[in-house]
Design a protein around this ligand. Structure first.
Ligand code: ATP
Length: 581
C-alpha cells in the first residue's frame, strides 16, 4: 500500500524524505543568508547616525539613512515571512512522504511492538514541527553567529574576543542543557503516552463505567497516571528553566559588557561613538541564535527522539521487506509445531501445535474456555505471529506472503467481531477504495444471509456504524462481520464462534455459506460449540490447556471423547500422524 507511492523511497524512509525536501531547504537557507545580512542594517544605521549625522548635523543624510533602513527592514520582514511559508510547505511534503509508512507501521504488529507506549502519529507530528518550526530556524541561523563575531572583531579585537568568549560560554550551557534534559524528556514522553492510552481505553468503555458507577474510580486512576505525567513534565521544565534563564542572564550581561567595553575603547579613542552602539547590537544578534537553540532545545530533542523512534519502527521487517507475489492459493493450510507465548511474558498459550487442512475441508475446533482455541485460530489466519513453528498456506510461510495479498485470500471472523468505524458496505468491502466492488459486497452479504437485514437498516449498506459495530445489535454486527469474512470468496476461512450471536435463520445461512466454501475448495477452521456447526465439519480438533488433545475425522474423535478416552490418537489430514504435544 505505502509502497505504491510514486516517490522512490526505498531504504531509509526518513532520510530519503528529508533529502526530498532539500530544494525547499536550499531556498530557506538562501533567504536566511539574505536575511542575516539585512540584520546588520540596524547596526550600520546606528554607526552612520552617530558618526555622520550627529557630527555633521545633516538632516538630509538622516532622512536618506531612514529610507534605506525602512527598505532593508521591509525586505527583511518579507524574506522572514517567505521562509516561514517555505518551511510550512516543506513540512507538508515531508508529511506526505512519511505518513503512509508511519500509519502502515502503526497498524503492523512489528511496528506496534517497536513503538512501545509511544503513539506513532504524535511522534510524526513532533518530528514535523521540529524540522519546520523554531528548532529548524535556530539551527539555520546558528552558522551566522561566527559572522557577527567576525564583524565585532573588525570593529575592535577586544570586542571580538568578548563576543567569542560569550558565544563559547552560551554554547557550553546549550551542551549541558542537552545532556541534562534528554532523560527527563524521555520520561515525559513515556508518561504522557501511557496517560493518553489509558484515557482512550477508558473512554471506549464509558457505558460500562456509567452503568456500574465506575466513573469516579476511573477518573481517580487516570488522575494517578496524569500525576506521573505532570511530575515528568515538571522535572523536564525545571531542568530546561535553569538553562533558559541562565542563557538569558549571560546574554544580557554580555550585551551590556559589550556596550561597556565599547565605551572604554571609545574613551581611549580606539573606536567611534557609533561603533559602541553598533557593537552592542551585533553582540546581541550574535548570541540570539544560541539563545534560540537553548529555548527550542526541548522541541529539538523531542524531534530527535521522535526521529529515532520512527526510524526504529520503520525498519521493522514488516515495513522493510518486499514480498514476491505468489499465485492464488488452492486452500491448503498447515500449522507446523506452532507455539505462542503471552505478549511480554514466558507463559505459553499454545504448545507445539500441528495440524493440516486440505482444500475443501472444514475443521471444527472445540475445547474448554481458555484452552487456546482463539489463540490457535489467530495464529492460523496470520493475525498473530507464532513464537515458534510456522503456518503455511499452499506451502508458503505466511510471513513470505505480502500481507495485503494474503489478506485477500483469508476470511477471518474474530471472537470480538471487530467491526470498524465506517459504513456497513465499507466494512464488508474491507475499506477497499476500488470502484465496482458493490456487487462483491452484496454477494458476500447474500452468501451469509445478511442482505435482507442490511436493507432493513436506516440507510441500508450506507448505514454508518461506530467502532466495534456501535449502532448495530450484536447479532447484526456478527452477520456484517461474517459477510466481511466471506467477501470475494477467500480460500481460507478462520471463524471464531461465528454463530455465537446468530438466530436460527442466521445459523442456517452460515451453514449454507460453509457448504458453498467447501464446494469451491476453500479450507475452513471454525471454533464452535454448537452441534449444528459441528454437524457440518469434516474433522474435529480438540484443544485443552494450549495443547492439541485430539485431531481427526469428526465422528471418530467425537466417539472417542464420548467414550471417555482421555488422550485419543492424533491423526492428521490424509491419515498420517503429526506431532502431538
Ligand atoms: P474461549 O472459549 O473462552 O474463547 P479460548 O480457548 O478461545 O477460550 P484463548 O482466547 O485462546 O482461549 O485464550 C487462551 C489463553 O490465553 C487464556 O488463558 C488467556 O488468558 C490467554 N490469553 C489470551 N490472550 C492473551 C493476551 N493478549 N495476553 C495474555 N494472555 C492471553
Amino acid at each position: 500500500m505505502a509502497r505504491a507511492s510514486n516517490e522512490q523511497l526505498d531504504g531509509n524512509v526518513l532520510h530519503n524524505a528529508l533529502a526530498a525536501c532539500r530544494r525547499h531547504l536550499t531556498f530557506v537557507i538562501m533567504f536566511s543568508f539574505a536575511l542575516n545580512i539585512l540584520y546588520l542594517t540596524p547596526s550600520l544605521f546606528m554607526l552612520q547616525v552617530y558618526d555622520r549625522v550627529l557630527a555633521s548635523g545633516d538632516v538630509l543624510t538622516l532622512v536618506f539613512l531612514l529610507v534605506v533602513l525602512v527598505l532593508a527592514l521591509g525586505t527583511l520582514a518579507f524574506l522572514d515571512g517567505t521562509r516561514i511559508r517555505l518551511l510550512a510547505a516543506m513540512a507538508k511534503r515531508f508529511d506526505r512522504l512519511v505518513a503512509p509508512y508511519v500509519l502502515n507501521a502503526a497498524l503492523s504488529k512489528e511496528g506496534r511492538a517497536a513503538a512501545g507506549q509511544v503513539q506513532l502519529v504524535r511522534e510524526l507530528d513532533t518530528l514535523r514541527s521540529a524540522v519546520s518550526g523554531p528548532p529548524a530556524l535556530a539551527a539555520i541561523d546558528a552558522p551566522w553567529t561566527p559572522v557577527y563575531i567576525g564583524v565585532c572583531f573588525m570593529i575592535h579585537p577586544w570586542l571580538g574576543a568578548l563576543t567569542l568568549g560569550g558565544g563559547a560560554l552560551l554554547l557550553l550551557i546549550a551542551f549541558i542543557n542537552q545532556r541534562a534534559s534528554s532523560r527527563a524528556l524521555r520520561a515525559n514522553l513515556q508518561a504522557s503516552g501511557a496517560m493518553y492510552s489509558l484515557q482512550q481505553a477508558d473512554s471506549a468503555q464509558l457505558e460500562t463505567a456509567r452503568a456500574m458507577g465506575m466513573r469516579k474510580a476511573l477518573v481517580m486512576r487516570q488522575l494517578r497516571a496524569r500525576e506521573t505525567m505532570s511530575d515528568a513534565m515538571r522535572k523536564q521544565a525545571r531542568s530546561g528553566a535553569v538553562y533558559t534563564s541562565s542563557t538569558k542572564f549571560f546574554r544580557l550581561l554580555l550585551q551590556s559588557s559589550a556596550l561597556g567595553l565599547g565605551v572604554l575603547l571609545a574613551l581611549e579613542q580606539q573606536i567611534s561613538a557609533g561603533a559602541i552602539v553598533a557593537a552592542s547590537i551585533l553582540a546581541a544578534r550574535a548570541f540570539q541564535p544560541i539563545e534560540l537553540i537553548v529555548g527550542a532545545w526541548s522541541q529539538f530533542e523531542q524531534g530527535r527522539q521522535a526521529y529515532d523512534v520512527l526510524k526504529a519502527v520503520l525498519k521493522t521487517e514488516d515495513n522493510a521487506r518486499d514480498h514476491t507475489g505468489l499465485p492464488t492459493p488452492q486452500g491448503s493450510l498447515s500449522v507446523e509445531s506452532v507455539g505462542v507465548r503471552a505478549p511480554g511474558s514466558d507463559r505459553a498459550l499454545v504448545y507445539n501445535a500441528s495440524f493440516r487442512v486440505s482444500p475443501g475441508e472444514i475443521i471444527g475446533v472445540v475445547g474448554p474456555s481458555g484452552a487456546g482455541k482463539s489463540t490457535l485460530l489467530r495464529t492460523a489466519v496470520g493475525a498473530i505471529t507464532p513464537d515458534q513453528g510456522v503456518v503455511r498456506l499452499d506451502g508458503a510461510k505466511l510471513s513470505d506472503w505480502d500481507p495485503e495479498q494474503l489478506g485477500r485470500y483469508v476470511g477471518y471472523l474474530p471472537q470480538d467481531i471487530g467491526l470498524l468505524q465506517g459504513t456497513v458496505a465499507d466494512n464488508i468491502g474491507r475499506f477497499s477504495r476500488e470502484a465496482h466492488n458493490d456487487a462483491d459486497i452484496v454477494a458476500a452479504a447474500q452468501a451469509v444471509g445478511a442482505h435482507e437485514m442490511i436493507l432493513s437498516l436506516a440507510k441500508g449498506y450506507d448505514t454508518e456504524i461506530g467502532a466495534g459495530g456501535r449502532g448495530l445489535s450484536i447479532g447484526q454486527a456478527q452477520r456484517v462481520a461474517l459477510a466481511r469474512a466471506f467477501y470475494r470468496d477467500p480460500m481460507f476461512l478462520g471463524l471464531d464462534e461465528p454463530n455465537a450471536h446468530l438466530d436460527g435463520d442466521g445459523e442456517r445461512a452460515l451453514i449454507a455459506a460453509l457448504h458453498a466454501a467447501r464446494a469451491r475448495g476453500a479450507a475452513s477452521v471454525v471454533v464452535a460449540h454448537s452441534s449444528a456447526i459441528v454437524a457440518v465439519v469434516d474433522k474435529l480438533l480438540v484443544v485443552r490447556d494450549g495443547r492439541i488433545e485430539a485431531f481427526g475425522p469428526r465422528d471418530q474423535v467425537a466417539a472417542r471423547l464420548a467414550g471417555g478416552q482421555a488422550r485419543p490418537a492424533v491423526v492428521a489430514s490424509g491419515g498420517e500422524t503429526v506431532g502431538r504435544s
